[in-house]
Design a binder for this molecule. Structure first.
Ligand code: FE2
Length: 314
């Protein structure tokens, strides 16, 4: 929402091959559309953020208002039965939850917020409203998206082994996992001696299938896991801080981003290592560690349920 403050602000991207755009129109309404021109299917806005007065296709100049209506179609004179009102941009369902606009390509799925009541209690709006979007970092990883999600959901199992730097900031004996229908929460206390970054406690929420919310101290980062192919994954980190302007904040943010970068590089390295092992003949399946890997097991059960339902749908 921080990126969609003013009329004409747009964010566009693509999700599993589907180009989308989300923006605010002149009346202040937030809407999302398929980022596909109704004339010849070209992408209208480039990926990223934009501030637009209208939406002009770079191919033949078809022009849409901020609320998706076709308002300009050059050289269409003489086209029989051509009604511009039938060529509005195709809308995508949106929902606002927390500081985010969520889009949904399925018209029949239940609203997201109906399944997140418990998470809302743990991530109160007031604490989220204090945060400001700072920056985005993206990483392309040579692994299946599930490998990366598994790594996130192992209940801190890998933290003392793989992340030496992070371990010193967390009281790993307090690590615990709570399972809900379509999300899970892992949380952990910060070490009293730890830096300001983690603070008293860290909360790691995972929303099925691939959105992670990491909340600690004056910091939140989100990590959106997007499958690119069976063995390529894009992870999109967005960083939020309570203070993004003061001199001391800039130093804190730089340290925080550096620390996050180190953890991410370690997670990328291990995820690519696992992908290599999965592709080889020596591995079929492993075992869950019941003390810690509950959230991972939950992920696999929800996914298996959805895949079974999809396979059984004619
Ligand atoms: Fe990790």
């Amino acid at each position: 929402l921080d990126q969609l403050k003013n009329p004409g602000d747009f964010v566009s991207g693509s999700f599993i091959g589907l180009p989308y755009m989300v923006g605010r129109d002149h009346e202040g309404r937030i809407q999302a559309f398929h980022n596909t021109c109704r004339h010849h299917a070209a992408r209208i806005l480039p990926e990223g953020t934009a501030s637009a007065k209208s939406l002009v296709c770079p191919y033949h100049g078809w022009t849409y208002s901020l609320d998706g209506k076709l308002i300009g179609a050059p050289r269409m004179k003489g086209a029989r039965d051509f009604s511009p009102e039938c060529f509005s941009l195709v809308p995508i369902r949106t929902e606002i939850w927390g500081p985010w606009v969520w889009i949904c390509f399925d018209a029949n799925t239940a609203p997201l917020s109906s399944s997140l009541t418990e998470l809302e209690a743990r991530l109160p709006g007031a604490s989220l409203e204090r945060l400001h979007f700072h920056s985005r970092r993206t990483y392309k990883i040579a692994c299946n998206w599930k490998v990366y999600v598994d790594n996130y959901l192992d209940g801190g199992y890998h933290v003392p082994v793989l992340h030496g730097g992070l371990t010193s900031q967390l009281d790993l004996s307090s690590y615990h996992t709570e399972i809900f229908d379509r999300f899970s929460i892992q949380s952990c206390k910060g070490r009293p001696s730890s830096t300001q970054r983690i603070g008293d406690s860290a909360l790691y929420a995972w929303l099925y299938p691939g959105f992670m919310i990491n909340r600690y101290g004056p910091v939140m980062d989100t990590n959106w896991v997007i499958p690119l192919s069976h063995d390529q994954t894009l992870t999109v980190f967005d960083f939020y801080f309570e203070d993004i302007t003061s001199e001391s904040a800039r130093k804190f943010i730089a340290q925080s981003l550096e620390s996050s970068e180190k953890v991410q590089q370690e997670d990328i390295w291990i995820s690519e290592s696992v992908q290599g092992g999965l592709s080889g003949p020596a591995y079929d399946r492993g075992r869950y560690a019941p003390e810690v890997e509950q959230a991972e097991h939950h992920f696999h059960r929800v996914l298996a349920r959805d895949l079974a339902a999809a396979v059984n749908t004619p």
